[in-house]
Design a protein around this ligand. Structure first.
Ligand SMILES: Cc1cc2nc3c(=O)[nH]c(=O)nc-3n(C[C@H](O)[C@H](O)[C@H](O)COP(=O)(O)O)c2cc1C
Length: 489
């Protein structure tokens, strides 16, 4: 089967494709595939046989680019977010080093120049050859390499960057920097820099929980080092799970963008509350009622709003993903705690209620673990209603100018969303079908990475195509920015 070689496209087309890909959080190949699919479906110009596609791509890129007007909302405008920025990426010796390869691609797609330093342990996991091919630059690995030291030098290397990123940041690299060691190129560059440093730790959960690592992290934070992640979840190398998994490349990109403060800021000066994740309603000290919400959509929305300059306060239920960079996160467990946290954050310009809040809780959560008593049968749980946070804020005396709710339904999606809009005093309801039959992703909407939503408002229903949760977040953030333009502070 014929395939498209992006490398062989001419520079202008490649540049357009790179910008579109960055705008849509896709790789260039994915972006090309999406456009070709759209062309085949008749959405943009005709496309002929597969061997004509390279030629047609030029028309497609310009047609797709031109389809976005210059005054389109920020999320839709073509952006080259990290254009002109120089990132020095230090790859440490952990299993997650393979994700650093994708990170290099994502950064370059956004226009950043990426220079890489690898520790000698990192070279056990990925090769300088792959890293050099992806970064399109020489890879620096040895403090005493005469040629490198003569050409660039470790001091220049550490200063000729806008930001240093350590991904994966090993326990060892954290310990070295926290204690001022400089016995290889990576640690020497880190201590010689006068630029901001972002670390994306990745390690076994026990290494992460060790008092020494915790001490080092606290020291580094006090020294002004920024962190993204780690997240909770399955570890790549074993059957272990827990906190220690490196943040995903796009989360690291978002943290970099937030630290470098790039891109338009239509939401600067706006305070926005976002809720995310499930709630846990206790039955006794060890058992609780929960739901399958992962927090991915809510966290992505918080991050997207922060990228547009908003002062975002995220109230998160218990989730296994990292706090988004550039967002103030408040962690809660129960619906009542979430309601209290949200109320304390008022006044705000907007509030987006993405969390899957339990409708009910056990009336009397037991103070001690409920024991199984022979002959007594199972305990009867009496449930009572939890506070309705969306309706409470939608009718609050300090109601934010814009209130958005999410409706996760498994049936009668639109009817339920329209009823919710009326009852809860919301401006929009973002409705998503969370049934297994929604056809979204192999694992469905809840917990998965993709979503298909409809925006229900008084003016009607707008259907958005299936896309990644990050894309939904970017579009919703752009919509919020548009709406807030008409709401005076
Ligand atoms: C298979 C394997 C996987 C490892 N994964 C990690 C890891 O994820 N995080 C970590 O901190 N150390 C990990 N280590 C240990 C580091 O490689 C080791 O501490 C090394 O000295 C780190 O060097 P560096 O900090 O200079 O890159 C791993 C070691 C092996 C053998």
């Amino acid at each position: 089967m014929a395939s498209i070689t992006i490398r062989n496209l001419d520079d202008e087309v490649k540049e357009l494709l790179r910008r579109l890909a960055a705008e849509n959080d896709r790789s260039m190949e994915e972006q090309a595939r999406v456009m070709i699919r759209a062309a085949v479906d008749g959405q943009i110009g005709p496309v002929g046989r597969i061997d004509q596609i390279e030629k047609t791509l030029r028309e497609l890129t310009s047609a797709h680019g031109a389809a976005v007007p210059a005054n389109a909302p920020a999320g839709k405008r073509l952006q080259h977010g990290l254009s002109g920025k120089r990132i020095l990426l230090i790859i440490g010796g952990g299993i997650a080093a393979y994700k650093a390869l994708d990170l290099i691609r994502r950064l370059r797609e956004r226009g950043a120049a990426v220079r890489v330093v690898m520790t000698s342990a990192a070279q056990e996991f990925v090769t300088t050859l792959s890293v050099g091919a992806l970064s399109a630059d020489h890879v620096f690995a040895d403090l005493f390499d005469r040629q490198d030291e003569h050409d660039v030098g470790h001091i220049r290397l550490s200063r000729e960057a806008d930001l240093l990123v350590v991904a994966p940041a090993t326990a060892d690299l954290m310990a070295k920097l926290a204690n001022g060691h400089a016995n290889d190129l990576a640690s020497t560059v880190l201590i010689a820099t006068d630029k901001p440093v972002l670390m994306a730790p990745a390690m076994n959960p026990r290494m992460w929980a060790h008092p020494a690592t915790r001490r080092n992290r606290a020291t580094l934070q006090k020294d002004g080092i920024a962190f993204v992640g780690p997240a909770k979840g399955e570890m790549a190398e074993s059957n272990e799970a827990g906190e220690g998994r490196m943040a995903e490349p796009l989360e690291i990109v978002a943290a970099i963008e937030a630290l470098l403060d790039v891109g338009p800021k239509p939401l600067s000066g706006r305070k926005i509350i976002v809720t995310s994740g499930p709630t846990h309603e206790p039955i006794d000290p060890v058992r609780y009622i929960a739901n399958r919400s992962s927090g991915k959509q809510g966290h992505a929305i918080a991050a997207a709003l922060a990228r547009l300059g908003a002062d975002v306060r995220l109230v998160s239920g218990p989730v296994g993903i990292a706090d988004p960079a550039g967002v103030k996160t408040i962690h809660v467990e129960r619906a009542q705690e979430m309601r209290d946290a949200v109320e304390q954050l008022l006044p705000a310009d907007a509030a987006v209620f993405v969390a899957a809040v339990a409708d009910w809780r056990s009336e009397n959560s037991a103070g001690e673990k409920i024991k199984k008593v022979a002959g007594e049968g199972p305990p009867v749980l009496r449930m009572i209603e939890n506070p309705d946070i969306l309706a409470g804020i939608g009718h609050h005396s300090q109601r934010p100018g814009l209130v958005i709710g999410f409706a996760a339904e498994t049936q009668d999606l639109l009817r339920n969303a329209e009823a919710k809009l009326r009852k809860k005093g919301a401006d929009f309801i973002v409705a998503n079908d969370v049934s297994q039959s929604s056809g979204v992703g192999p694992s469905g909407v809840m917990g998965g990475d993709r979503n298909r939503v409809r925006i229900v408002s008084k003016s009607g229903v707008e259907e958005w195509p299936e896309m990644s949760k990050d894309e939904v977040a970017a579009r919703l953030a752009a919509l919020i920015a548009e709406r807030l333009k008409t709401i005076v502070v």
